[in-house]
Design a protein around this ligand. Structure first.
Ligand SMILES: Cc1cc2nc3c(=O)[nH]c(=O)nc-3n(C[C@H](O)[C@H](O)[C@H](O)COP(=O)(O)O)c2cc1C
Length: 202
Protein backbone atom coordinates (compact mmCIF):
# COMPACT_ATOMS: atom_id res chain seq x y z
CA UNK A 1 0.00 0.00 0.00
CA UNK A 2 1.26 3.47 -0.88
CA UNK A 3 2.06 5.71 2.09
CA UNK A 4 -0.63 8.20 1.12
CA UNK A 5 -3.18 5.38 1.22
CA UNK A 6 -2.12 4.41 4.75
CA UNK A 7 -2.28 8.08 5.78
CA UNK A 8 -5.84 8.31 4.53
CA UNK A 9 -6.85 4.90 5.84
CA UNK A 10 -5.84 5.78 9.41
CA UNK A 11 -8.68 7.32 11.28
CA UNK A 12 -9.51 7.71 14.92
CA UNK A 13 -11.43 4.81 16.42
CA UNK A 14 -13.22 5.42 19.70
CA UNK A 15 -14.99 2.11 20.04
CA UNK A 16 -13.06 -1.16 19.93
CA UNK A 17 -14.09 -4.80 19.78
CA UNK A 18 -12.54 -6.97 22.48
CA UNK A 19 -10.70 -9.12 19.94
CA UNK A 20 -7.05 -9.12 21.05
CA UNK A 21 -4.26 -7.74 18.89
CA UNK A 22 -2.15 -10.59 17.54
CA UNK A 23 1.38 -10.68 19.07
CA UNK A 24 2.96 -10.60 15.55
CA UNK A 25 1.08 -7.40 14.79
CA UNK A 26 2.11 -5.84 18.09
CA UNK A 27 5.72 -6.70 17.33
CA UNK A 28 5.48 -5.03 13.93
CA UNK A 29 3.97 -1.91 15.46
CA UNK A 30 6.76 -1.66 18.03
CA UNK A 31 9.36 -2.32 15.33
CA UNK A 32 7.96 0.55 13.23
CA UNK A 33 8.41 2.83 16.25
CA UNK A 34 11.94 1.60 16.71
CA UNK A 35 12.88 2.93 13.26
CA UNK A 36 11.53 6.42 13.85
CA UNK A 37 14.01 9.27 13.60
CA UNK A 38 14.96 11.03 16.84
CA UNK A 39 17.27 13.97 17.49
CA UNK A 40 20.93 12.82 17.34
CA UNK A 41 19.43 9.30 17.20
CA UNK A 42 19.07 9.56 20.97
CA UNK A 43 16.02 7.25 21.02
CA UNK A 44 14.66 8.61 24.30
CA UNK A 45 11.25 7.00 23.81
CA UNK A 46 10.10 4.64 26.54
CA UNK A 47 6.91 2.77 25.71
CA UNK A 48 4.86 0.79 28.19
CA UNK A 49 2.85 -1.96 26.52
CA UNK A 50 -0.33 -2.47 28.52
CA UNK A 51 -2.44 -5.44 27.51
CA UNK A 52 -3.39 -7.38 30.62
CA UNK A 53 -6.63 -6.81 32.56
CA UNK A 54 -4.80 -5.45 35.59
CA UNK A 55 -3.07 -2.70 33.61
CA UNK A 56 -6.04 -1.93 31.40
CA UNK A 57 -8.03 -1.40 34.58
CA UNK A 58 -5.41 1.14 35.64
CA UNK A 59 -5.80 2.96 32.32
CA UNK A 60 -9.53 3.15 32.99
CA UNK A 61 -8.78 4.87 36.27
CA UNK A 62 -6.43 7.57 35.02
CA UNK A 63 -8.23 8.38 31.76
CA UNK A 64 -11.29 9.48 33.69
CA UNK A 65 -12.20 12.91 32.40
CA UNK A 66 -15.49 14.22 31.18
CA UNK A 67 -14.52 16.93 28.73
CA UNK A 68 -16.93 16.09 25.96
CA UNK A 69 -20.31 14.48 26.45
CA UNK A 70 -20.07 12.71 23.08
CA UNK A 71 -17.02 10.80 24.26
CA UNK A 72 -18.48 10.15 27.66
CA UNK A 73 -21.49 8.54 26.02
CA UNK A 74 -19.26 6.46 23.78
CA UNK A 75 -17.14 5.34 26.69
CA UNK A 76 -20.19 4.26 28.67
CA UNK A 77 -21.33 2.25 25.68
CA UNK A 78 -18.13 0.25 25.42
CA UNK A 79 -17.05 -0.04 29.05
CA UNK A 80 -18.71 -2.26 31.56
CA UNK A 81 -17.53 -0.46 34.67
CA UNK A 82 -20.54 0.07 36.87
CA UNK A 83 -18.78 2.35 39.33
CA UNK A 84 -20.42 5.51 38.08
CA UNK A 85 -17.12 7.02 36.93
CA UNK A 86 -16.89 8.95 33.73
CA UNK A 87 -14.51 6.94 31.68
CA UNK A 88 -12.87 7.60 28.34
CA UNK A 89 -11.31 4.25 27.71
CA UNK A 90 -13.25 3.04 24.65
CA UNK A 91 -12.69 -0.67 25.35
CA UNK A 92 -9.30 -1.13 23.65
CA UNK A 93 -7.45 -4.43 24.29
CA UNK A 94 -4.02 -2.79 23.93
CA UNK A 95 -2.66 0.53 25.16
CA UNK A 96 0.77 1.92 24.37
CA UNK A 97 1.78 4.47 26.97
CA UNK A 98 4.43 6.63 25.30
CA UNK A 99 7.00 8.55 27.36
CA UNK A 100 10.49 9.89 26.87
CA UNK A 101 13.45 9.75 29.20
CA UNK A 102 14.48 13.32 30.01
CA UNK A 103 18.03 12.14 30.63
CA UNK A 104 18.31 10.61 27.16
CA UNK A 105 17.22 13.42 24.87
CA UNK A 106 19.04 16.06 22.95
CA UNK A 107 18.81 19.67 24.06
CA UNK A 108 18.92 22.62 21.71
CA UNK A 109 22.23 24.41 22.42
CA UNK A 110 20.68 27.89 22.15
CA UNK A 111 17.31 27.44 23.79
CA UNK A 112 18.03 24.43 26.00
CA UNK A 113 14.76 22.98 24.84
CA UNK A 114 14.49 19.20 24.98
CA UNK A 115 13.75 17.21 21.84
CA UNK A 116 11.94 14.56 23.91
CA UNK A 117 8.34 15.49 23.16
CA UNK A 118 9.07 15.82 19.44
CA UNK A 119 10.94 12.50 19.38
CA UNK A 120 8.21 10.66 21.25
CA UNK A 121 5.54 12.18 19.02
CA UNK A 122 7.31 11.02 15.87
CA UNK A 123 7.66 7.53 17.36
CA UNK A 124 3.96 7.47 18.29
CA UNK A 125 3.04 8.51 14.75
CA UNK A 126 5.04 5.56 13.38
CA UNK A 127 3.23 3.24 15.80
CA UNK A 128 -0.15 4.57 14.77
CA UNK A 129 0.47 4.35 11.03
CA UNK A 130 1.85 0.83 11.26
CA UNK A 131 -1.29 -0.15 13.19
CA UNK A 132 -3.38 1.30 10.35
CA UNK A 133 -1.40 -0.63 7.75
CA UNK A 134 -2.24 -3.81 9.70
CA UNK A 135 -5.97 -2.99 9.61
CA UNK A 136 -6.04 -2.04 13.27
CA UNK A 137 -7.80 1.01 14.60
CA UNK A 138 -6.27 3.44 17.04
CA UNK A 139 -6.82 6.67 18.89
CA UNK A 140 -4.22 9.09 20.17
CA UNK A 141 -4.93 10.15 23.74
CA UNK A 142 -3.25 13.23 25.18
CA UNK A 143 -5.88 13.95 27.76
CA UNK A 144 -5.37 11.88 30.89
CA UNK A 145 -4.48 12.40 34.51
CA UNK A 146 -0.69 12.32 34.43
CA UNK A 147 -0.24 12.33 38.19
CA UNK A 148 -2.53 9.36 38.59
CA UNK A 149 -0.94 7.55 35.65
CA UNK A 150 2.54 8.01 37.13
CA UNK A 151 1.37 6.64 40.44
CA UNK A 152 -0.55 3.64 39.08
CA UNK A 153 2.08 2.62 36.52
CA UNK A 154 5.14 3.42 38.65
CA UNK A 155 6.58 5.75 36.05
CA UNK A 156 10.14 6.84 36.93
CA UNK A 157 10.57 10.53 37.68
CA UNK A 158 12.77 11.21 34.65
CA UNK A 159 10.24 9.68 32.24
CA UNK A 160 7.86 12.25 30.81
CA UNK A 161 4.53 10.82 29.58
CA UNK A 162 3.50 12.22 26.17
CA UNK A 163 0.49 10.29 24.98
CA UNK A 164 -1.27 6.97 24.90
CA UNK A 165 -2.36 5.03 21.86
CA UNK A 166 -5.35 2.78 22.26
CA UNK A 167 -5.13 0.07 19.61
CA UNK A 168 -7.45 -2.72 18.52
CA UNK A 169 -9.99 -3.81 15.97
CA UNK A 170 -12.81 -1.31 15.55
CA UNK A 171 -16.16 -2.41 16.98
CA UNK A 172 -18.65 -3.34 14.26
CA UNK A 173 -20.71 -0.24 15.09
CA UNK A 174 -17.90 2.27 15.66
CA UNK A 175 -18.73 5.75 14.45
CA UNK A 176 -16.06 7.66 12.49
CA UNK A 177 -14.59 10.87 13.80
CA UNK A 178 -16.69 13.67 15.19
CA UNK A 179 -14.29 16.65 14.96
CA UNK A 180 -15.07 18.42 11.67
CA UNK A 181 -16.28 15.03 10.44
CA UNK A 182 -12.63 14.08 9.97
CA UNK A 183 -12.38 16.56 7.07
CA UNK A 184 -9.08 18.24 6.22
CA UNK A 185 -8.52 21.86 5.27
CA UNK A 186 -7.53 22.51 1.66
CA UNK A 187 -3.74 22.49 1.13
CA UNK A 188 -3.80 26.25 0.42
CA UNK A 189 -4.93 26.96 4.00
CA UNK A 190 -1.94 25.28 5.64
CA UNK A 191 0.93 25.23 3.10
CA UNK A 192 2.50 28.29 1.51
CA UNK A 193 4.94 28.31 -1.36
CA UNK A 194 8.00 30.53 -0.99
CA UNK A 195 6.72 32.95 1.62
CA UNK A 196 4.09 33.79 4.17
CA UNK A 197 0.94 35.17 2.52
CA UNK A 198 0.54 38.93 3.00
CA UNK A 199 4.13 39.38 4.23
CA UNK A 200 6.83 41.04 2.11
CA UNK A 201 9.86 38.87 1.55
CA UNK A 202 13.03 40.60 2.80
C1 LIG B 1 -1.92 15.37 19.78
C2 LIG B 1 -3.28 14.69 19.74
C3 LIG B 1 -4.03 14.60 20.89
C4 LIG B 1 -5.27 13.94 20.88
N1 LIG B 1 -5.92 13.73 22.07
C5 LIG B 1 -7.08 13.03 22.08
C6 LIG B 1 -7.70 12.70 23.32
O1 LIG B 1 -7.20 13.00 24.40
N2 LIG B 1 -8.88 12.00 23.28
C7 LIG B 1 -9.44 11.61 22.10
O2 LIG B 1 -10.49 10.96 22.14
N3 LIG B 1 -8.87 11.90 20.90
C8 LIG B 1 -7.69 12.58 20.87
N4 LIG B 1 -7.05 12.83 19.67
C9 LIG B 1 -7.67 12.41 18.38
C10 LIG B 1 -8.07 13.61 17.48
O3 LIG B 1 -9.24 14.21 17.97
C11 LIG B 1 -8.22 13.14 16.04
O4 LIG B 1 -7.00 12.61 15.58
C12 LIG B 1 -8.66 14.27 15.11
O5 LIG B 1 -9.97 14.67 15.40
C13 LIG B 1 -8.57 13.89 13.63
O6 LIG B 1 -9.40 12.77 13.36
P1 LIG B 1 -8.82 11.44 12.69
O7 LIG B 1 -7.75 10.92 13.61
O8 LIG B 1 -9.98 10.49 12.58
O9 LIG B 1 -8.24 11.81 11.36
C14 LIG B 1 -5.79 13.44 19.66
C15 LIG B 1 -5.01 13.54 18.50
C16 LIG B 1 -3.77 14.12 18.54
C17 LIG B 1 -2.92 14.15 17.27
Amino acid sequence: MDFIDISKKRQTVRKFSNEPVEPEKLEKILEAGRWAPTAVNGQPQRILVLDNPENLMKVKQFCSFGYDQKYVDLAHECDDSKNGKINLYYGAPLVLFVCYDQDACWRHPQTGESSGATDATIVATHLMLEAASLNLGSVWISYFDETKARELLNIPKQWQPVCMLYIGYPAADFVPNTHLGGKRLPIGKTCFYNGVPGQHNS
